[in-house]
Design a protein around this ligand. Structure first.
Ligand code: B12
Ligand code: SF4
Length: 524
């Protein structure tokens, strides 16, 4: 049977990274089947094109995975596929919480023949075998022999053949940027970010988050050996392609068990498996100096920190009181001292937020080392404690907000400001962090650092700008390039002619990298 795994586009950004679930399920597919992957972010398709594709390619089963924000598109595509006579199985966080919606048992139209609840590592082979026999069931739940819910162990994690997978569609940077990169360093033929998981689960239970409910509070890890081998595979691919591969450890909280994380990072270093990596780690776990040393030594370049708010009352309200805004600056300094920078994520529209919250937040951000601030709105995702609380209080304004997804739009009324005011705060945050002036300031803040760091923060900011300001297409990129021409000119001049007082950089094994400052620098 020929199986298509499809991930719908998110409608906002081109994907900077493929989705792991597709590669994982491909690796877990029983032998004898062909699996094709299409990520709508990289290969945009509409319903008509999809129906034509499944017919022409003789597809026998389509698997669709989607987060809540892509579910409307996922349903439309599923409808077109089913109308073409091909069965659809859906999985992922949204349909796990709302299986009845996907199966049309809630009074609405049916979109899927079958739904895989929760983690599908163990159920996917069963689904494929049932589909091949034409005996798909409606619901597949991960349960043990006694019928009790079971979470897959990650001890026998499959080998994802990253050395063979065609990643052509996921070349990160627009072609227009390559001449600049080639000037500053060899080995920039391609640049990809690849998702790798080392563990699953987070016990913290923040009110707005689906993770504790979905993956459970039992934390599971792969063996260090299997993670190290995956990194070595990726590293050798990058070498062969004369390109760059960075890894996003997609674990929800990469250092949730600090002892295990340190052991993994030590093993990565010992095996010389360092690649440049990004990971999500909560601020409270970054108090540990030894952990920060190991992060830097093992290739860690960016840490995603869910700061959410600088207001302790807000944090307590959403059950994230373990975040201490008073220590944010120190945490970021601790990382920056090791040339590790942070993606700092903030949520506006929280119950204690009042107008001006964006500027108050930016006042703090400006005192920190430069990083990548991102801003979102408090969003009641289905089945989260937040959804239940707001629903019970009658505060939801769009109960099924996912049916008509609008980026950066609230679905409930905040307590101390209006919905429009909350939207304006998010707009203020993005506009003031990603203007040409803000980008120039971020680059200048690293004036004492090698050129690679400055190019890195500039390119990263340009890419992150696209999360809020649509930058799909050449024209949009050209406009941004024109706005930032001064900074671009400065960086190009320095790349071509050099700067006498510029510090030199070290490669990851400590050797000097002659003629190339970028090679040893952050790339994520
Ligand atoms: C990596 C990641 C991202 C990446 C992008 C995705 C990518 N390219 O990988 C980035 C950082 C960009 C991102 C952004 C966002 N993310 Co995100 N992200 C994750 C994260 C941490 C890991 C995803 C992952 O790969 N997991 C590991 C794989 C193996 O798990 P999985 O995807 O769930 O797949 C398993 C099952 O679900 C199932 N399955 C999944 N799909 C399918 C399909 C079929 C056919 C079958 C049978 C089974 C199946 O089988 C898999 C194996 O068991 C998850 C949290 C998490 N731990 O999953 C959040 C998560 C998916 N993100 C979430 C959210 C909310 C967002 C944002 C909206 C945040 C924001 N406010 O901006 C944005 C929007 C992204 C966008 N623009 O589209 C939520 C989604 C909740 C929901 N109900 O939709 C999650 C669950 C985290 C949370 N806080 O609750 N995210
Ligand atoms: S720490 Fe992060 S992953 Fe864990 S529950 Fe909170 S928001 Fe979710």
């Amino acid at each position: 049977m020929r199986i298509l795994l499809y991930n719908p586009d998110n409608g906002v950004t081109r994907n900077f990274m493929p989705h792991l679930w597709m590669f994982l399920l491909q690796s877990l597919t029983p032998p004898g089947h062909e699996v094709i992957l299409i990520d709508g972010n990289a290969q945009p398709m509409d319903e008509g094109q999809m129906a034509q594709y499944v017919r022409e390619h003789n597809i026998g089963l389509v698997g669709i995975g989607a987060m809540t924000r892509m579910i409307a598109k996922a349903y439309r595509m599923a409808d077109a596929i089913r109308a073409a006579g091909v069965p659809v199985v859906m999985g992922g966080p949204h349909v796990t919480e709302l299986a009845d919606e996907a199966l049309g048992r809630d009074g609405g139209p049916r979109h899927a023949d079958a739904v895989a609840l929760g983690e599908a590592d163990d159920t996917w082979p069963v689904i494929v075998n049932d589909a091949a026999r034409g005996e798909l069931k409606e619901i597949y739940a991960p349960v043990d022999a006694a019928g009790k819910e079971s979470k897959p162990s990650l001890k026998n994690y499959p080998m994802i053949p990253w050395d063979k997978i065609d990643l052509h569609q996921f070349n990160l940077l627009p072609k227009v940027v390559y001449p600049l990169l080639k000037k500053v360093g060899e080995g920039w033929g391609t640049f990809r970010i690849v998702p790798v998981e080392s563990g699953r689960g987070c016990p913290y239970g923040c009110e707005f988050c689906t993770v504790t409910g979905f993956f459970g509070d039992s934390i599971r890890f792969r063996t260090n050996e299997s993670v190290v081998n995956e990194l070595l595979l990726l590293k050798s691919r990058a070498r062969k392609e004369k390109g760059q591969i960075a890894v996003f450890f997609i674990d929800d909280n990469f250092a949730i068990n600090v002892k295990r994380t340190k052991a993994l990072l030590r093993d990565i270093i010992a095996a010389k498996a360092q690649v440049h990596w990004v990971a999500q780690i909560s601020a409270n776990l970054l108090r540990d100096e030894e952990l920060c040393d190991l992060i830097a030594a093992s290739g860690g370049k960016w840490v995603f920190i869910g700061m959410e708010s600088i207001d302790p009352t807000n944090l307590k309200d959403v059950n994230k009181g373990f975040n201490k805004p008073g220590e944010y600056g120190a945490v970021l300094e601790r990382l920056a001292k090791r040339n590790v920078y942070a993606i700092t994520s903030f949520i506006f529209g929280m119950d204690n937020d009042t107008t001006g919250v964006a500027e108050r937040t930016l006042e703090q951000v400006r005192t920190w080392p430069p990083g990548l601030p991102i801003f979102g709105l408090l969003t009641p995702l289905p089945a989260t404690p937040l959804y239940k609380r707001l629903e019970a209080a009658g505060r939801l304004t769009r109960h099924k907000h996912w049916q008509e997804f609008i980026p950066f739009a609230m679905a409930h009324t905040p307590l101390k400001m209006s919905i429009e005011e909350a939207h304006a705060e998010v707009n203020y945050g993005w506009s003031h962090s990603y203007s040409a002036e803000a980008l120039a300031q971020a680059v200048d803040a690293l004036d004492d650092q090698p050129l690679g760091y400055r190019i890195n923060i500039f390119l990263a900011r340009l890419c992150f700008r696209g999360i809020y300001f649509p930058m799909l297409g050449k024209l949009a990129w050209l406009k941004v390039a024109a706005e930032n021409r001064r900074t671009i000119f400065k960086l190009i001049t320095e790349a071509v002619f050099g700067r006498r007082d510029r510090p030199t950089s070290k490669g990851e094994e400590g050797e000097e990298l002659p003629g190339s400052e970028v090679q040893g620098q952050a790339r994520a």
